[in-house]
Design a protein around this ligand. Structure first.
Ligand code: SAH
Length: 251
């Protein structure tokens, strides 16, 4: 199970590179097999469509059971809304004993996007996916509400798809209810890929952004987050005025 990071192959780990170099078969969603295409053109590459996750996972298990060295790739980290859990869930007892599985971490979108925005995640944060394919809308809304109430920085994955637009507006209404309309919001589309776009706006204007789709991650600040030049910062809480490393964290 290999996390390939956000896109640029310079952000693959050495372990991921070695695993991809050693394997015989690469299986992944086609956006990802395309991203690493040049690295694996001597392998058998099986690219599948989005929503074929179960098929992809079963195929990987079958190939590995036949003794093949298989890399199942996920964007970012395979263990974060990726394929890692599904593979483990699907393994039967016999396969579990026979197949050796290794998980190779990758840089997740949350880190990649934060790095392009400055330092927005210096304090406690939650990551919430707005995809309602496998999660009830009510639960998503509840998590956003509770995240706001606890003043977490909130990172949104899968913010808006072609078919799902209304939920994003509903989530924005919840954010507006609990957070100040001036709260900084960082929006990153296609981080470390061709067509990368980075915007810093505020909660009030967030809905006007034209770069929000399924290739976008959004980071909504906490009550302390501010913008300095082209960067977004959430202070960790150091007492800068006294020039010492004394802690002054919120209690
Ligand atoms: N396993 C991945 C997440 C998969 S969920 C990880 O660890 O990052 C897919 C969502 O991740 C997308 O809808 C988008 O919100 C976010 N994402 C993935 N790659 C991204 C990128 N290069 N730039 C911005 N957001 C990205």
């Amino acid at each position: 199970m290999v996390g390939i990071g956000p896109g640029d192959i310079a952000l693959l780990t050495q372990q991921a590179l070695a695993a991809l170099g050693d394997c015989e078969v690469v299986i992944g969603y086609k956006t990802y097999t395309r991203l690493i295409g040049n690295l694996v053109n001597d392998k058998k590459v099986i690219s599948l469509d989005m929503h074929d996750e179960i098929k992809r996972a079963k195929l990987a298990i079958k190939k590995a059971s036949q003794g093949k060295d298989v890399c199942v790739i996920s964007g970012g980290d395979a263990g974060i809304y990726g394929m890692a859990g599904l593979i483990l869930e699907l393994l039967n007892k016999e396969e579990k004993d026979r197949i050796k599985i290794e998980f190779i971490p990758g840089i997740p979108a949350v880190s990649a996007c934060a790095s392009l925005l400055g330092a927005p995640l210096m304090h406690d944060f939650v990551v919430i996916s707005l995809s309602d394919l496998l999660t009830d809308k009510e639960l998503i809304e509840k998590r956003v509400r509770l995240g706001c109430q606890a003043d977490f920085i909130i990172v949104f994955y899968n913010p808006k798809s072609k078919k799902r637009r209304l939920l994003f507006e509903r989530i924005w209404q919840i954010l507006m209810k609990y957070k100040s309309s001036h709260t900084p919001v960082g929006i990153v589309q296609n981080a470390y890929r061709d067509n990368e776009k980075v915007e810093i706006t505020n909660l009030k204007d967030m809905l006007n952004s034209k770069i929000i789709d399924m290739s976008t991650t959004i980071i909504v600040g906490n009550t302390k987050t501010y913008v300095k030049g082209k960067f977004m910062i959430t202070p960790r809480g150091y007492n800068l005025a006294r020039g010492k490393n004394r802690r002054s964290f919120t209690r």
